[in-house]
Design a protein around this ligand. Sequence first.
Ligand code: ADP
Ligand code: MG
Length: 241
Amino acid sequence: MTIIECKNVGKVYRRGVEAICDLSFTIEEGEFVYLLGASGSGKSTLLKTLYRDEAISSGTVMIDERDISKIKVRDLHKLRRDIGIIFQEYHLLPKKTVYENVRFALEILAFPEEEMDARIRQTLTLVELADKADCYPEELSGGQQQRVAIARALINEPRILLADEPTGNLDPRASMEIFRLLMRINRRGTTVLLATHDQHIFQRFHFRSLTMSGGQLVADESKKAVGSLQYDYKKKDFYIV
Ligand code: ADP
Ligand code: MG
């Protein structure tokens, strides 16, 4: 099933900056897709248009067969419930613990109070931070803080995860951990669109990639045949053969 469909999408910012132009592609539910391209090529703008943080100037964006330009402002939360987002910066609340940061996301969503604790614990376990629940962000490494941000983005079990250069501030080792986590999340059925510059990652793990340049889509390459990704059920991790 197609979960994201962009048809001739354009975005012109105020003062006439054309950030994306005539983009057309589709993403199927459950895919893992890289969004590649130099700085300024329009990656962040594209991600922002998908959850309607920025309105598009032309074309159509369909998420789960809904034309998102037609969603009324008061119904936008329904679209955003389906989409989790993470960024290069972690945007955690410094005076709240890991547990409270994640809980806060559920409070905003008016999630049933009695189910909150179980959901938070389950999500912290997924990102391997169950033992850090009572820590404050400043007590965590960058990679751990990003994992809290991922837990927060996933707390409502969204169908799509948009990741805007989430490893941009991390060293190669922490980046790889975040990337493996994104693969595990994808493996559970979540569609992942990952904007990245990180060559360690996209050269090693081959998934479909959309490449942007100057606001346009210049390549849409399917998984390359070099090596294939296998899942080790015992180790619960991926390896390449
Ligand atoms: P990337 O994420 O690939 O680095 P962006 O989507 O951030 O690219 O930016 C694409 C283009 O749009 C750039 O030329 C950038 O300067 C411009 N741009 C981004 N955000 C805004 C904004 N809020 N107002 C005006 N121009 C913007
Ligand atoms: Mg960007």
